[in-house]
Design a binder for this molecule. Sequence first.
Ligand SMILES: *[C@@H]1O[C@H](CO)[C@@H](O)[C@H](O)[C@H]1NC(C)=O
Ligand SMILES: *[C@@H]1O[C@H](CO)[C@@H](O)[C@H](O)[C@H]1NC(C)=O
Ligand SMILES: *[C@@H]1O[C@H](CO)[C@@H](O)[C@H](O)[C@H]1NC(C)=O
Ligand SMILES: *[C@@H]1O[C@H](CO)[C@@H](O)[C@H](O)[C@H]1NC(C)=O
Ligand SMILES: *[C@@H]1O[C@H](CO)[C@@H](O)[C@H](O)[C@H]1NC(C)=O
Ligand SMILES: *[C@H]1O[C@H](CO)[C@@H](O)[C@H](O)[C@H]1NC(C)=O
Ligand SMILES: [Zn+2]
Length: 708
Amino acid sequence: MTGSEEKSEKMVKQKRDRSLLAFTGAAAVLAIAVNFAIAAVKHHKEKNRRKKDLPASNVRINLSKSEILKLADQIIAKSKEVHDAVASVPLDKVSYMNVVSPLAELEAQQFPLIQSCIFPKLVSSVEDVRKASAEAERKIDSHLNLCSKREDVYLVVKAFAVRGDWMSAEAKCFVQVLVRDFERNGLNLTATKREELLRLRAQIDELSLKYVQNLSDDGSFLLFNESELAGLPPGFLKALDKSEDRKLKISLRSHHVAAVLELCKVGTTRRMVARAYGKRSGEVNISILENLVQQRHKYARLLGYSNYAEYVVDIRMARTPTKVFEFLEDISSSLDDLAMKELDLLKNMKKKEEGELPFGIEDLLYYIKRVEDQNFNLDFGELKQYFPISLVLSGIFKILQDIFGLRFEETVDSEVWHSDVRVFSVFDLGSGELLGYCYLDLYSREGKYGHTCVVALQNNASTISQAKQVPVALLISQCQKDVGSNSGLLRFSEVVSLLHEIGHVVQQICNRASFSRLSGLRVDPDFVEIPAQVLENWCYESSSLKLITGFHQDITKPLGEDVCKSIKRWSKSFSALKLKQEILYCLFDQIIHSADNVDILELFKHLHPKVMLGLPMLEGTNPASCFPSSVIGHEAACYSRIWSKVFADDIFASKFGNDVSNHHVGMQFRNKVLAPGGSKDPVEVLSAFLGREPSIQAFINSFAYHTS
Ligand SMILES: *[C@@H]1O[C@H](CO)[C@@H](O)[C@H](O)[C@H]1NC(C)=O
Ligand SMILES: *[C@@H]1O[C@H](CO)[C@@H](O)[C@H](O)[C@H]1NC(C)=O
Ligand SMILES: *[C@@H]1O[C@H](CO)[C@@H](O)[C@H](O)[C@H]1NC(C)=O
Ligand SMILES: *[C@@H]1O[C@H](CO)[C@@H](O)[C@H](O)[C@H]1NC(C)=O
Ligand SMILES: *[C@@H]1O[C@H](CO)[C@@H](O)[C@H](O)[C@H]1NC(C)=O
Ligand SMILES: *[C@H]1O[C@H](CO)[C@@H](O)[C@H](O)[C@H]1NC(C)=O
Ligand SMILES: [Zn+2]
């Protein structure tokens, strides 16, 4: 989830990725039938229900305010009851049936109910419903938070884990995750240490909040006259606020800053804006960041780690900070030559336009855009006309059918929360088996969540006390409806984003893990973006582009071959430099969270030219403002986006590179990678599919290929 306003095609390309929203709550631990709760709600609804229920779905749609609050209370009561029951098992009597099974079942059953309470917050058109949903979320979260710290339950689960009558490999994995999560909450520490942990957590939360507020509350602006803003489109200038003496106000919000850095011809203006942006949060307070990092280290050390990065990376595919450093440094150095060539192109362009002035980091976006405008005859505004939403969507479904053997079929007459929402049943093409459902809520509207994301509404489960549940996913996006024609047109960046998100939907629906906690999108966070990133590749291949495009006034005319080729080349342009810049922030993030007493300013000054081919840090900026608020929550894990991208490229290049519609490989991907989900080690999963360990080589080669 990110606050990234859509700025330009390119920005979106880099930022899209944090949009995955997996409402896991702390959810997890659960059992026995919530049947009573479900029956009660169902009965109540029956009276005015005209719409059909979806078979094998327990997701409740279009609940009223009071139904949401009531359901939340029932969820909490049931959960407490089951936890109490598990906690009461004598430690010498623990068994699969009285410990693991109740917890697993509770979780499987409550997950769709919890999501039913929570997702209306994002999509309901009724304000009261959104408020009730937010309140339900707070209540449920704080209950789950309590459960995750229950020592009595921990002791019982631990006793079972020590006995080790696992039943199955998946069950073993589930129990180990339960124990791990309890212990990461400090439950195997002494009472005093546990208190200290809580205190630190509160401090960290408070400092984080301060830090984020200080970055986002900055209401300051710079004043320019029109000639100082030359290059920006008239519409943009017109929309700017003006000062009393008719000067134009550029705020430090990212959409203003990005526009100036990308489009403004005047070097001094770009520099002023970049500098102001780079030292926002007042005369900034690096000490808040330093303090925050110190508290995080203390927190990790109480739990037995030697630093915070170790604590964060331990439960991720990368496993250790050392591995992360190696990874980032390998990639960075292998990009040096290409990035240098790219930079030379930009420097030459600057020389032509501005003479002998030195090239600075604030020139990067502007000259990338200038060179791209010159090299690519791509007008993204024009291109839109080839992407009518309905056509793109049916093209994507066709691609998914061809590769993964998934048949999407629209289900009319099922209940929805808004008339724009469409519901699809997803079937296995071969067997006709129902695999799951997908809700598409594509269009922006008032009160709706402003970003693009996928929410898992239900995970696959077949529990003892209840009929089977199939996976259910909800895709939320912000497409604009077109008045006039009945389907709007998508920008290319929106097409990429849509395919990415549908990758998450496919991942959710193809998952067959038996435990809700390990299934769907609740997988290793270094892994979770991989399937979606693999799918993005289909946006850049001629054969698939032709399936998803058609001129809006004559959809039989797909995009021309030359444009398709151009899009592919464009997708790689300046990618080494852009990636280097991202690596800079990732390294910075990993270093400050791996070492003590780092002088943050000095570190950034040192790292900047080293990674950015000699370009110095912009004088007067503050590294504490490099971290946009979305990074809070990703600390010590910034590398993860690049990590998953690299392995997604490995998969695409080595398995689909020669034939993007290879059904055989697609089915293997579905069965070997998507199906096991979080129930297996991701390295094992990828190795089984690739026939070798995942490697960064394909990614690096794709750059080498591009250079030649
Ligand atoms: C708590 O559990 C963790 C993880 O299993 C272990 O590394 C640590 O040593 C344990 N701490 C204590 C005090 O038992
Ligand atoms: C805009 O400001 C610059 C310097 O800040 C000044 O040199 C220039 O004359 C101004 N242009 C106009 C049109 O006022
Ligand atoms: C930065 O924070 C420290 C304490 O965290 C405080 O002493 C100092 O005055 C602050 N500086 C600024 C410029 O706000
Ligand atoms: C949602 O439920 C309300 C009544 O609670 C009903 O008026 C409305 O039509 C329903 N919305 C949809 C899209 O079915
Ligand atoms: C759901 O998981 C079960 C294992 O618990 C599996 O047998 C079944 O095939 C899965 N169903 C779907 C639709 O994935
Ligand atoms: C942000 O920093 C400024 C100092 O630059 C300070 O006055 C202000 O209180 C801070 N805001 C928050 C929310 O901490
Ligand atoms: Zn994603």
